[in-house]
Design a protein around this ligand. Structure first.
Ligand SMILES: [Zn+2]
Ligand SMILES: [Zn+2]
Length: 284
């Protein structure tokens, strides 16, 4: 897998996104009736739940399979259960991209390490990308959970890449850009925009609803948007009415609500947008 990182300033980032809007499309109807020959990537929802496991759903984790690279967007603590539930082999992962350093999004990394150390021994490198502090927090978490094991050198290289907002990393044919989102003030938080041969997927991570988020989402083929609440309005998460009121003007080919909390799950009969389910796959 070829990996390249490019650091961008905010200005370059804006330019990049404008450029992305104009990328040529390869036709067909991605995220809808895509035929096998047209598919350029596949997204599997391993975990569509919130921090509290509302509805018994697994924590955040989304597999993206693109030509030349397979990677995870977020790695919640239930990663191994979620993958094994559907028979998905985590040994296929080349990289893990973390949206932010809250436990329900990165708490599964030590369990991946344990799988690779004991159950399915790994020798090839694993790339872990995330905001500043990723290497320190992942190592501290591993040490807290498996103190003795964490002291030994790993039999496979772990390559940490700490990203800044606007940075783009190339994973195989996928170009992944860390976009700034508005979550809690004490953490840098990203969404990720994944582009493969003109197809675009936006993953919101955890975020408030903002005009900037809406601008990034405009026209993408798949928008995986967090929806933590329904009636409660918070300035760190999206509530269902906030996205439902704006979704038409975004012009996305497909929108999937995820990171579903107890409020939206209690009111599924009032929700007209598609909700993610653990184990579902979207081909683009
Ligand atoms: Zn979360
Ligand atoms: Zn969070």
């Amino acid at each position: 897998m070829a990996i390249q990182a490019r650091h961008g300033t905010g200005t370059e980032h804006d330019a990049r996104i404008e450029h992305g809007v104009g990328l040529p499309r390869s036709g067909g109807s991605p995220a809808g009736g895509t035929t096998p020959s047209q598919r350029v990537m596949q997204v599997t929802v391993l975990g569509s739940g919130d921090a509290f496991g509302a509805g018994g759903r697994f924590h955040s984790a989304y597999v993206t399979e693109a030509p030349g690279a397979t990677f995870l967007l977020d790695c919640g603590p239930s990663i191994l259960q979620a993958a094994k539930q559907i028979g998905w082999d985590v040994g296929r992962l080349d990289a893990v991209l973390l949206s932010h350093l809250h436990g329900d999004h990165f708490g599964g990394v030590p369990f991946l390490f344990m799988e690779y150390l004991y159950e399915a021994p790994r020798t090839r490198p694993l790339v872990i990308c995330g905001p500043e502090g990723t290497e320190r927090r992942v190592k501290a978490l591993f040490s807290a959970l498996y103190e003795r094991t964490a002291e030994d050198p790993m039999p496979f290289p772990v390559e940490y890449r700490e990203l800044r907002a606007g940075d783009t990393i190339r994973l195989g044919e996928a170009q992944v850009t860390a976009i700034p989102v508005h979550h809690v003030p004490e953490l840098t938080s990203f969404g990720y925009l994944v582009e493969v041969r003109g197809r675009r997927v936006l993953y919101s991570g955890d975020t408030a609803w903002t005009d900037e988020l809406a601008a990034y989402a405009r026209g993408v083929d798949l928008f995986i948007c967090e929806c933590s609440t329904y009636e409660t309005r918070l300035d760190i998460h999206v509530s269902y009415p906030e996205i439902a009121d704006r979704v038409q003007e975004l012009g996305c080919r497909r929108v999937l609500l995820s990171h579903l909390g107890s409020e939206p799950l209690r009111r599924l009969s009032d929700i007209t947008l598609e909700c993610a389910r653990d184990g579902m796959t979207v081909s683009l």
